[in-house]
Design a protein around this ligand. Sequence first.
Ligand code: BES
Ligand code: ZN
Ligand code: ZN
Length: 492
Amino acid sequence: MAPIPSIPQKVTRVTIGPRAEGSEIIETQVKAATGTNAPGEVELDATGQWVAWVPKEPSRPLDLSDGREFLEDGWRGAGARLVRRIGKVVDGHPVRAKKHIVQVHLPEEFTPANVRSLVIGLIVGNHSFITTNKRKPARVRDVHIVLPEGYEFDGFDTNDYVAAVNEGKALGKATCLSRDLANAPANVKSPEWLAIQAKKAVEDLDGVKVRLRDAGWLKDKGFGGILAVGGGSSRPPMLIELVWDPQKVDQRRRRRTAVLVGKGVTFDTGGISVKPAAGMDTMRTDMTGGASVIAAFRALAEQQVPRKVVALIPAAENMIDGKSYRPGDVVEHYGGLTSEVTNTDAEGRMILADAVSYGAKKYKPAAVVTVATLTGAAKVALGLRTGAVFSDNWGAGVKLARRGAIVGERWWPMPMQEYLEENVTSKIADVRQTPKGPGATTAAMFLRRFTRGVPLIHLDIAGPGRAESTYDEVTPVGTGFGARTLVQWLMH
Ligand code: BES
Ligand code: ZN
Ligand code: ZN
């Protein structure tokens, strides 16, 4: 087997407290930029201390809160750039690499929100996925944030800052796990491998039930969409089902069940409707929705969120073979609705439809949330840094988008439109798989046909699920987008 890192990988340790002393400490400082200092840079100052500049004033990015809940403070990016820069320093000092602690001093004024953003940047910005038998570059292992003693600002106390660090760690770790799963190469990452990783990710947690449904079970229960898409692969499809039930750890459940459904296409060739060769390699990350659902689920169960949370990840490899499904096929989904296949590359909705219907029927949740690298159309509309939110419950969709912005994941609302319903209807089956019209919208409307009336929030992350370059805490290729949004949204 390829020497791929064992997942979950270790992430940078972050602590907060009074100043630490020692010989292996690398002193750094976050400073508000004034005059000639450019925010976003990391520099060595005259005293031998590394300085990461943040903007003096926050900016108001694309967000749905009108700045009331969230302003971009630049701290996430500063944390990420800091660990990356110091990583290079540490890599040049093999002795130091093992024992060093990066100590971070804060500017005069800072809030728990700033510190949480910083911690996300420190953890996520430092995380990479490299498969090699050679020596890997050293990276920052320990970061200590200095909380000046007796510090109080705006009524915040030490507990608020410790809580902010813990939250930042949980959020950062969720992104790292999602990224590692997304970046794993598809020769290793079969549907079964993904299922085993999901099980491994939650095996230390009480109150979590894991059900790994194999192809035989899926056939028995009528999951025609998952079986059709997975049919062309020598590695059979699976359905991963994870349940967190707070009552199992004697905790009263305070809110209604949420079902999270993540697209788990471990490789998307397009199938018989084959994709062009250029860029097909990145389709190993076509299970990022599933990865983010697994990672968020782990974080939520670990923090014992007071509601039942179900994660469903239909996992399949979309390949070309004598057993592949074809354009023109009619497929019967879980629950009995049929769809007319018109393009085998629209495989995501085929597998999600089964899982949505199953989740809605079995768990009767307050909402079903789908997370998927679903359409090139969403990527064209919003670019690589913004996810698309579709919802038939606007309040819920906007709330989720705001929670995402707070933790550094941007979203923008998109419509489902009544006049397109006729396009989603097939002449020879119940639903047409690739309706005419706006592609991201009709995909969302296709999924809505399978919800049994349960409110749907659909997140299309085809754009932000992948990155082509490094910026802020984001690194190429798989970004793990969506994991932090789900955690922040369901925790609060
Ligand atoms: N996985 C792709 C969507 C995608 C495209 C993700 C580019 C990331 C980057 C999905 O399975 C797909 O191929 N969708 C088709 C649907 C079409 C055939 C209706 C698309 O968007 O072209
Ligand atoms: Zn596809
Ligand atoms: Zn796909």
